[in-house]
Structures are given as C-alpha cells and as structure tokens.
Write a protein that binds this ligand. Structure first.
Ligand code: NAI
Length: 334
C-alpha cells in the first residue's frame, strides 16, 4: 500500500502539478477543495500526511484531531508557516515541513511586470484598442533607463530583481541587513533605508514581514519619498500601512502602486468573489485608483515554480514518512 497524502485548499492547478510530479514518488494523492479546519477533519479517512497552503488554519484543535487520525506529517506547499501551531504538532508527534525556496525569478519577474504595466499602461491600451480607440492620450510612460530603483531586501528574490533592473539600465540602490557581494560587484550601492527612499524613482519591497518591517511604508517614510514615486510590493501585505498609502495616492505623492499582497488578503485572495459585496473598504478604495494595480498573490505562479513546489513537497513527505532527513530549512519542528 503506498503512503497517502491528503490536500486541502486545492485548486485545479495544484492537482495538475502534483499529479504530474507524483509519477516519480508513487504516493496516493487525495484532493479536497475546502480549507483544513475542525469542520472537515473528521472526513479524513486514513491518511499518512496532509498538505496545506497559506490560508489553512492548522491550530491545536485541528492538530489534535489529525493526531487521533494517525496523521504523521503536515506538509506546507509554501514557504511561510505562521498558520501552523508548530509546538502543538511537536507535542502530538506530527512532523511539519515546508518549501523554503522556489523560483525567485518567478516573483522578481512579476514585480517587473507590475512596473512595466503601471508605467506603459498596457492594461489600458489593451482595453482601449478593443473598443477601436487608438488615441494615445493618457498613455505616456517614462524610460526606465537611467532611473533609480530602491530595493528593500536583497535575498533570493531581491537579487534576481536587481539583476533585471540593472539590465534595463537603472541605477540600483539597496538596503538589507547584510550586503550581497555579488550585487555590489554588479554596481548595486548599499545605502541606509531613508536615503534610498529619498532618492528612488521606484521602490520595490523584497524583505520578509517581521516586527522590524511591519508597516515599513507608513506616513513618515512616504513623506521622505520623491513626489510621484512608484511603489511595488510582492512581499507581504503587512509591510505597508494601507491607510497612509491611500492618503499618499490621493495627494499624488505616490504616483503608482503595484501590490501582489494585501494585509487582509486571507479573506479575499484565491477566491472568486465576483457575485459578492466586498466588505473590505480599503481594498475597494485602492482598486478605484487609476494608477493602482492589484494582483491576487500570483507572483509565485509559474509552471517552473509550481513544479519545484510539488517536487520539494512530495520529497519532504516521502522522506519523512520513511524516517529520513529533509533539508534543514524545510524541516520546521524536528
Ligand atoms: P530571502 O530570505 O532570500 O531574502 C529576504 C532578505 O530580506 C534577506 O536578504 C534578509 O537579510 C532581508 N531582510 C530581513 N530583514 C530585513 C529588514 N528589516 N530590512 C531589510 N532587509 C531585511 O527571501 P526571498 O525568497 O527573497 O523572499 C522575500 C519575500 O518575498 C518573502 O519573505 C515573502 O514574504 C515574499 N514572497 C512572495 C511571494 C509571492 O507570490 N508574492 C512568493 C514567495 C515569497
């Protein structure tokens, strides 16, 4: 009998990627579209491991129910793990694993796509010509060549992003706790955060969300920025104080905003809410600005990244169920 892995919050694209990759692992896969919670846990019919995503709430109650069902592994098919009670899982003897890194280029390239769209207004041009409106009024952009890009966080994604922007002929300024020698050799200048915010024409966020970075972009830091600056956030919604950003958009201080993440995204993203009255007024206000582009946490979403996520997740599950060791950054409570 092959080991069984049960998925929650699964979408058709998860099923496709995992079924294809599973040819090399031979696990039995079961897919539930619903999120994992107390309401569904009793429906689990003998499984060795569960696979969850960013908005599944795996709290102590759910973990106790999983333990009673003899589940041995909780596998996150993402990097973040704030939604799993690691200590409760450890106490119940359930191992928790994740995908620590996958295609940083996928996220970096999406950040660049947002810059290009906001700048050259291709989304507006697309709609306009379909209505036989061939006018250029309102579509003027600016050359990226020669502009100053401020990069906050130069880890895997920030590094990939910096290299693309250097290719465009931009001057790249960076802030991180540790300077990256490879980027410095490519001409990236490390400066204090406030100096970067003061000089940059485009600011792109690629640092994690933690106590130091929560609301890094707020009324005070926005006031330091150039008039008409472009802000891109593909990292985590909590890096930005949304109310201050709305105010800066209203005054024109912020000339463009591109966000793939939003502080209250868990009630919105990954769902089709087209028949729903959305109660979140801040996102509605943001989407009402003509110079704001919102995408629903899709920066990671490329075929290559999905394939890497599936491969690492299935390898984690199979190895842990067979008593082996996985990559230390993938193991969360061993
Ligand atoms: P990473 O861990 O390779 O790099 C993060 C960098 O941020 C490190 O160099 C670190 O030193 C730096 N950093 C930490 N604290 C900082 C601070 N206070 N100020 C400035 N820099 C700081 O992470 P990676 O893979 O580059 O991912 C970055 C972020 O992108 C993740 O934390 C995640 O939130 C987000 N992400 C978004 C995805 C999406 O689909 N939109 C997908 C994957 C990641």
């Amino acid at each position: 009998m092959p080991n069984k892995l049960t998925f929650f919050s699964s979408k058709p694209y998860d099923k496709t990627a995992f079924q294809q990759t599973n040819a090399a692992y031979g696990l039995e896969l079961e897919f539930f579209e619903t999120h994992l919670g107390p309401h569904i846990v009793n429906a689990i019919d003998h499984t060795d491991a569960v696979c969850v995503f960013v908005n599944d709430k795996v709290n102590a109650e759910v973990i106790a129910a999983l333990a009673a069902k003899q589940v041995k592994v909780i596998a996150l098919r993402c990097a973040g793990f704030n939604n799993v009670d690691l200590e409760a899982a450890k106490q119940q003897g359930i191992k928790v694993c994740r995908v620590p890194a996958y295609s940083p280029e996928a996220v970096a390239e999406h950040a660049v796509a947002m810059i290009m769209t906001l700048n050259r207004k291709t989304h507006k041009a697309y709609n306009r010509v379909r209505e036989q409106n061939f006018s250029l009024n309102g579509l003027m952009g600016f050359d990226l060549h020669g502009k100053t890009v401020g990069l906050i966080g130069t880890g895997n994604i920030g590094k990939a992003f910096a290299k693309i922007m250097i290719g465009f002929g931009c001057r790249v300024l960076a802030f991180d706790l540790i300077a990256n020698k490879e980027l410095e050799a490519l001409g990236v200048e490390y400066l204090p955060l406030l100096e970067i915010l003061h000089q940059a024409d485009i600011v792109s966020l690629h640092c994690p969300l933690n106590e130091q970075t929560h609301h890094l972009i707020n009324a005070e830091t926005l006031s330091i920025m150039k008039q008409g600056v472009m802000l891109i956030n593909t990292s985590r919604g909590g890096l930005i104080d949304t109310k201050s950003v709305i105010q800066a958009l209203k005054t024109g201080k912020l000339g463009y905003l591109g966000i793939d993440v939003y502080e209250q995204e868990d009630k919105l993203f990954f769902k089709d809410l087209s028949d729903t009255i959305i109660q979140n007024d801040l996102i509605q206000r943001l989407m009402g600005f003509p110079n704001v582009l919102v995408t629903a946490h899709q920066a990671f979403f490329t075929a290559e990244a999905m394939s890497q996520i599936a491969n690492t997740t299935l390898n984690n599950v199979k190895t842990l169920l067979e008593g082996g060791n996985i990559h230390p950054q993938a193991a969360l409570n061993l």
